[in-house]
Write a protein that binds this ligand. Structure first.
Ligand code: ADP
Ligand code: ZN
Ligand code: ZN
Length: 749
């Protein structure tokens, strides 16, 4: 028997199969999906590979034997098929995709000897830093074992020191040497091998569904009964009881002995969320997969699924790869969340994979959101997705009252602080009444933007109707899409004022100002700087809730799915930050985030109040989020998208080139562009192809970045053209340039 093997490598030229002979004694053990070790080329060391096909004959002669096979920890044939499908669609190597499906921490053949610690209190964990890549490249680090370990650590977070010898066959002595030389850090953490160990959660039972919930439930139930791979959008305002519908659907699937995959955004994988599932189904039925678990913990969860013990998988994006048997339902909660699109190779969108699985196993998919993704809603009103609406809050709590404050007016009145009079008074009231407040300031978009303080004008590209980004180095404004640029403004073209400023206040500055304004109020801040391994975001939220802290100040981490009964006021400090991120999705993100953040206020008896501060009170995404009217927003935004050819009417494919040599990049990018241009002409395909231009952030870590943008309907023909282009023009002579192809990327920087 002959095995077709793909070498575990991300080198583009190795994205093909090599034939190996299966020695007689291994025939029983090797199946499609097996992990094997093989001799490859003249390399002395054995290479790891994956068997992707088995056949009787090979067209090649003198095949080498497979040297060894890993008898545990392999994937099955459908997963291999899925990996192939992904590699083609996302322009990467099959092995890049297979790696996502292997059990966590599968680095070497000795993995089966993994230590099975019982629950631990304080453990030593090892991590590495970013500098190692350069030191490996520049051959400062030579020891193969050391390099192997560092690579392993850079791919896996939170590795137990005691796990290292079995996971990587590198001794702890070597870890200590690396620690001495500053390449790794050994730190302590409270950790449990069973992440639910201390959970004592009171069991809950099915609630009596409201009429709307019941309708939604029954529609999906029918699809489950009929083995239909239909898709559903559960479009329900915040607090409308979407989760209760999920719970009962999962119960139904479980009763039939089938499994469910429940995806939630990484950031809302808090104990709060998980508890609701444990309370309904008990811990034994549930596996949780997310990045905060140690490798060992993730490995345990993986096996709980693989062995069929856990039939409910709750996890972030990558849980779609869980080794689920007998799949019955896929749910994607907060489906608009951008964490569902991977920004690393393979750059997949989890919704594509859900649809792939749904079709393959005839199972329904439920997308849930209060502010659906434009594309999902578009598909729903076009009849591709069944629209299920929940229009009321389940506990009859009223939606909050939203007010918009014009910051220009505030400035005109002489208030130069970040807090408007109205918000100031509302905070004061809340403090008096011992109610809690959340202040939201989104400083995640790092591009500084230029704005006129007198009239709210922001510079936009004349071709794309997109905010231009200020580039400090050249003192220019640039468009992230078409490459159009102009010199920076010192005078506002609309009102001729010279009151043009950078906008750039962070949460830290805000907290200081709040502390000055309200010296007796307690505050807590949650952003990337305050959230760390020791101080997780749920710790901060728990503290806020349990110690009844007066004011929580945070970035968009505060937005997602939390339930604080005592919060009656939410203040949005600057709704404009998201409008100016230089992206066609700016309005959609603003609308989503304002609506979600508003949903945090007044979820119980008392009606909540939301104050949105902005320099653009007339902007439609702000206006419609004030009305909390998604449909109005959708209608207007979709007209704009249609005109400018953005998703959902057109897809955006970004070909990104990076290299240390700008001349080489330009050369290769031009070759690729010429190839695509000719191909489009001869095949007469409706595509808009832009010329290669430097990326908005045109140099990162001394590497230049260029890109080509394509607008078209993403499908088999363009996939084929790009793959062909990569395999011929690009691979033949790429001068060491790396190329990534990203379809509808989350950000265009
Ligand atoms: P969503 O997921 O849409 O934000 P949740 O499922 O969190 O909404 O529901 C909000 C609140 O309403 C929760 O406290 C939940 O227990 C309650 N709830 C949901 N459905 C019902 C129902 N049918 N009857 C009574 N309360 C409900
Ligand atoms: Zn102006
Ligand atoms: Zn432009």
């Amino acid at each position: 028997m002959i095995a077709e093997v793909i070498i575990n490598s991300n080198v583009k030229n190795l994205n093909k199969t090599f034939d190996y002979n299966i020695p007689f004694e291994m025939e029983e053990k090797i199946t499609i999906g097996s992990r094997v070790l093989v001799k490859f080329g003249n390399i002395k060391k054995l290479e790891e590979g994956f068997v992707v096909n088995i056949k009787d004959l090979s067209e090649w002669e003198n095949l080498k034997d497979i040297s060894a096979v890993e008898e545990k920890d392999f994937i099955d044939e459908p997963k291999v098929e899925m990996a192939k499908w992904m590699a083609n669609r996302y322009f990467c190597n099959v092995s890049d995709c297979i790696k996502l499906m292997l059990p966590p921490g599968t680095g070497t053949k000795e993995v089966s000897k993994r230590v099975k610690e019982k629950s631990l209190n304080s453990v030593k964990l090892v991590k590495t830093n970013d500098e190692i890549k350069d030191d490996i490249e520049n051959k400062i680090l030579k020891s193969e074992k050391q390099i192997k370990l560092l690579k392993f650590l850079s791919e896996n977070d939170d590795v137990l020191l005691t796990d290292i010898p079995v996971l990587t066959d590198v001794s702890t002595a070597i870890v200590k040497t690396l620690q001495k030389n500053g390449y790794v850090e050994i730190y302590e953490k409270q950790i449990e091998r069973n992440p639910f160990l201390h959970k004592v959660v009171e069991q809950t039972h099915n609630l009596k569904l409201t009429k709307e919930q019941k309708h939604a439930y029954e529609m999906v139930e029918n699809a489950i009964d009929d083995y239909m791979n239909s898709e559903f959008l559960l479009f329900g305002v915040t607090g409308s009881g979407k989760t209760e519908v999920y719970l009962q659907l999962i119960q139904k699937v479980l009763n039939e002995g089938k499994s469910s995959i429940m995806l939630v955004p990484e950031i809302s994988l808090t104990p709060q969320t998980v508890d609701r599932f444990i309370a309904r189904f008990g811990q034994d039925n549930i596996a949780v997969l997310h990045s905060k678990l140690s490798v060992g913990e993730r490995y345990d969860q993986w096996y709980k699924i693989k062995t069929g013990k856990a039939k409910i998988v709750i996890g972030a994006r990558s849980a779609i790869f869980a080794p689920v048997e007998n799949l019955g339902l896929i749910i994607i909660d907060e489906e608009h969340d951008n964490s569902y699109k991977s920004e690393m190779t393979p750059r997949y969108n989890v919704k594509d994979l859900a649809r792939y699985l749904g079709k393959k196993y005839d199972v329904p998919i439920v997308y849930g959101s209060a502010t659906p993704d434009m594309t999902t809603y578009h598909r729903a009103i076009n009849g591709e997705i069944e629209l299920l609406e929940l229009t009321k809050r389940a506990n009859d709590a009223e939606l909050p009252k939203v007010e918009v404050v014009d910051l220009k007016q505030e400035l005109a009145n002489g208030n130069r602080s970040m807090i408007s009079m109205k918000l100031y008074e509302a905070i004061q009231d809340n403090l008096k009444n011992k109610k809690q407040t959340i202040l939201f300031l989104n400083r995640r978009g790092y591009s500084t933007f230029i704005m006129c303080r007198d009239c709210g004008f922001t510079a936009k590209c004349k071709n794309c109707n997109i905010t231009m980004t200020y580039h400090l180095k050249q003192n220019k404004l640039k468009c992230h899409y078409c490459g159009y640029e102009c010199s920076a403004l010192t005078i506002c073209p609309d009102c001729k004022s010279n009151n043009i400023r950078y906008f750039g206040t962070g949460t830290q500055k805000l907290e200081a100002e709040i502390n000055k304004m309200f010296p007796n109020a307690t505050t807590i801040r949650m952003d990337v700087d305050t959230v760390s391994a020791k101080n997780s975001h749920e710790d901060i939220l728990n503290k806020f809730k349990n110690e009844n802290i007066d004011i929580l100040i945070g970035t968009q981490m505060v937005v997602k799915g939390h339930h604080f009964p005592n919060v009656t006021l939410v203040g949005v400090i600057a709704a404009d930050t998201n409008l100016n991120i230089g992206d066609y999705m700016a309005s959609e993100r603003t609308f989503q985030i304002l609506t979600q953040v508003a949903g945090r206020a007044g979820r119980e008896k008392e009606r909540g109040k939301v104050i949105i501060q902005t320099y653009n009170p007339d902007n439609f995404s702000i206006e419609f989020s004030k009305k909390q009217d998604y449909k109005l927003f959708y209608n207007l935004e979709s007209t704009i998208r249609k005109q400018l050819k953005y998703p959902p009417f057109c897809d955006i494919i970004m070909l990104g080139f990076t290299s240390e040599s700008e001349t080489n990049i330009q050369k290769v990018a031009n070759e690729v562009h010429t190839y695509l241009k000719n191909k489009i002409k001869t095949d007469n395909i409706p595509i808009i192809l832009y010329k290669p231009v430097p990326s908005p952030i045109d140099k990162i870590k001394n590497k230049y970045r260029w890109r080509i943008i394509i607008k078209c309907k993403f499908g088999d023909d363009i996939i084929e053209i790009i793959n062909e282009c990569i395999n011929t023009v690009f691979s033949r002579n790429n001068k060491g340039i790396s190329l990534i192809v990203d379809v509808n990327p989350n950000n265009m920087l």
